[in-house]
Design a protein around this ligand. Structure first.
Ligand SMILES: NC(=O)c1ccc[n+]([C@@H]2O[C@H](COP(=O)([O-])OP(=O)(O)OC[C@H]3O[C@@H](n4cnc5c(N)ncnc54)[C@H](O)[C@@H]3O)[C@@H](O)[C@H]2O)c1
Length: 425
C-alpha cells in the first residue's frame, strides 16, 4: 500500500519571495492608537471615577492603629495602647477606632503585685467583680494560691509567679504595688530581701509604669512614722524612725519606696498614688504571722493563752480589710497623689483587743505577758481627715463586726476544714 504520507511543506524559496515585513510606522502613530483605545467606550472616564472613589474611601475611613504590635505577647492588651493617651482611671474613651476590632475590652487591665497575699487577694476580688482584667504577680513568699484560686478559669484573671525584684514587662493600665511581706515575722526573716523588694521591686514597677504609661499605686505603711512623737499621725508628719534597727528593712524600705514614687512622678511624669496603710485584719491573713489580731484569734481558737507584749498598754487601730480595699480603689481612681492615711482611727490597747477576742471566741482565754519587742511603736492612730475630705472615704466596719468574719475563716483553716475560705466580708 502506497504511503499516504505526503510532504506538505512549502517551498522555502517561495516563502522568501512572498514575505513582506510591515513597514516601520512613526511613533506618533502608536501614541494616537493608544489614545484612541483609552477614549473609546469611555474608558478614561471610568478610570477617573475609580480614582475619585478610592481617594474618598481612604480619606474618610477611620484609620487603623499604626502602633499595633507585630507580635502580641501573652500579656499585651489593647488597653495600654489606649492608655498612653488617656491615663485617667476613668473608663476609656473610644479613641476613634484606633483599637483594632476584637481587641476592645470593657474593663481596665490591672496588675496587682502581691495579689495572692492577704490584702491583695481581697483587692483582686473587688477588681474582678467590677469587670476588670487582673494580672496577679506574686512570688508566694507569704501569699497563697488558695487566696485567688476561685478566679482560676476566669478569662479575665491571670496569675504569674514572679519576684518583683526582677524586671517584668506587662501591658496594663494600672499597677497596684503591694508585693512585700507585711508582718514583722516575715519581713525580719530575710531583711536584705525585704529591703530589696521595697527598693528594687518598687523601682522595677515604677519603671514599668513609666514605660507603658500606667497609673501606679504604692501601698506604703504607717511604719513610715516609726515610733511617732505626734499623735494621731497626720500625713505631714515626717516620722521618728530608727534607720539601723531590726525593723528598718521594712520601715526605711517603705520610706525609700515613697521617695522613688515621688521622684518618678516629678522626674518622669508617672501618675502615682501613695497609701499609708494602718493595721488591717480580716479573712486570709497568715495565721501565724505574729500580727497581734491574727495571733490572738489563732491562740484563742487553739485554747492557748493570748500573748501580750510589754504591759499591753500600747495602742493600735484596726481596720477591716474591705474598708482598706475601698480606700485603695478610691485613691487609685481619684485625682490626688497622697500620701493618704488609710486606717481606722478607733484606738485599742492590746489588752482591750485581747478582751474583744475573749468575748468573740472564748471568755476563758488566758492572757500571758511577754517582754516587748525592739522598736515596737507605743502608739499608732491615723488622722484620716485628708482621706475623708479628698477621697470621701472612711472606714465602716467596727472591730466587733469585723472580728467574727475573720474568726470563721480562721476556724476553718486552723481546724483543717476544707470549706472555701474566700469570704471578703
Ligand atoms: N496588712 C496590713 O496591716 C498592712 C499594713 C501596712 C502596710 N501594708 C502593706 O500592704 C501590702 C500587702 O500587705 P499584706 O498584709 O497583704 O501582706 P501579705 O504578706 O499577706 O502579702 C504580701 C504579698 O506579696 C508577696 N510578695 C512578697 N515579696 C514579693 C516579691 N519580692 N515579689 C513578688 N511578690 C512578693 C507575698 O507572697 C504576698 O502574697 C504590703 O505592701 C504591706 O507592706 C499592709
Amino acid at each position: 500500500m502506497a504511503s499516504e504520507l505526503i510532504f506538505r511543506g512549502h517551498d522555502p524559496l517561495q516563502t522568501i519571495e512572498t514575505y513582506s515585513p510591515k513597514p516601520n510606522k512613526p511613533s506618533w502613530h502608536s501614541l494616537m492608537q493608544a489614545l484612541h483605545y483609552i477614549l473609546k467606550e469611555q474608558r478614561l472616564l471610568f478610570t477617573i471615577v475609580g480614582i475619585v472613589i478610592a481617594t474618598l474611601f481612604f480619606t474618610f475611613l477611620p484609620s487603623t492603629n499604626h502602633t499595633y504590635p507585630t507580635t502580641i505577647t501573652n500579656y499585651v492588651s489593647a488597653n495600654s495602647y489606649r492608655s498612653e493617651n488617656s491615663l485617667s482611671a476613668a473608663p476609656f474613651i473610644n479613641s476613634g477606632g484606633k483599637i483594632p476590632l476584637g481587641l476592645k475590652t470593657k474593663g481596665l487591665r490591672i496588675v496587682v503585685t502581691g495579689g495572692a497575699g492577704f490584702v491583695g487577694s481581697h483587692l483582686v476580688d473587688r477588681l474582678m467583680a467590677r469587670g476588670d482584667s487582673v494580672i496577679v504577680v506574686d512570688n508566694f513568699f507569704t501569699g497563697r494560691k488558695e487566696n485567688v484560686m476561685h478566679h482560676f478559669g476566669n478569662p479575665r484573671f491571670e496569675l504569674i509567679r514572679h519576684d518583683v525584684v526582677e524586671p517584668l514587662l506587662l501591658e496594663v493600665d494600672q499597677i497596684y504595688h503591694l508585693a512585700c511581706p507585711a508582718s514583722p515575722v516575715h519581713y525580719k526573716f530575710n531583711p536584705v530581701k525585704t529591703i530589696k523588694t521595697n527598693v528594687v521591686g518598687t523601682l522595677n514597677m515604677l519603671g514599668l509604669a513609666k514605660r507603658i504609661g500606667a497609673r501606679f499605686l504604692l501601698t506604703s505603711t504607717s511604719e513610715v512614722y516609726g515610733d511617732p512623737l505626734q499623735h494621731p499621725q497626720v500625713e505631714t508628719y515626717w516620722g521618728n524612725v530608727n534607720p539601723i534597727g531590726v525593723r528598718s528593712c521594712y520601715d526605711e524600705g517603705k520610706r525609700t519606696a515613697e521617695t522613688l514614687t515621688m521622684d518618678y512622678h516629678r522626674g518622669a511624669g508617672v501618675e502615682v498614688r501613695i497609701a499609708r496603710i494602718f493595721n488591717t485584719y480580716g479573712p486570709r491573713m497568715c495565721i501565724d504571722d505574729g500580727r497581734v489580731v491574727s495571733n490572738f484569734v489563732a491562740q484563742a481558737l487553739r485554747k492557748e493563752p493570748l500573748t501580750v507584749y510589754g504591759d499591753g498598754k500600747q495602742t493600735r487601730s484596726f481596720q477591716y480589710v474591705s474598708d482598706l480595699v475601698e480606700g485603695l480603689m478610691r485613691l487609685m481612681e481619684g485625682e490626688h497623689i497622697g500620701p493618704f492615711n488609710l486606717g481606722n482611727p478607733g484606738e485599742f490597747t492590746m489588752l482591750e483587743l485581747a478582751q474583744v477576742v475573749q468575748e468573740t471566741i472564748d471568755p476563758n482565754a488566758k492572757i500571758e505577758f511577754r517582754p516587748n519587742t525592739e522598736d515596737d511603736p507605743h502608739k499608732r492612730k491615723p488622722d484620716i481627715t485628708k482621706a475623708k475630705d479628698l477621697l470621701g472615704w472612711e472606714p465602716k466596719v467596727p472591730l466587733q463586726k469585723g472580728l467574727p468574719l475573720m474568726v470563721s475563716d480562721f476556724r476553718q483553716r486552723v481546724f483543717g476544714d476544707e470549706k472555701d475560705s474566700s469570704t471578703t466580708g
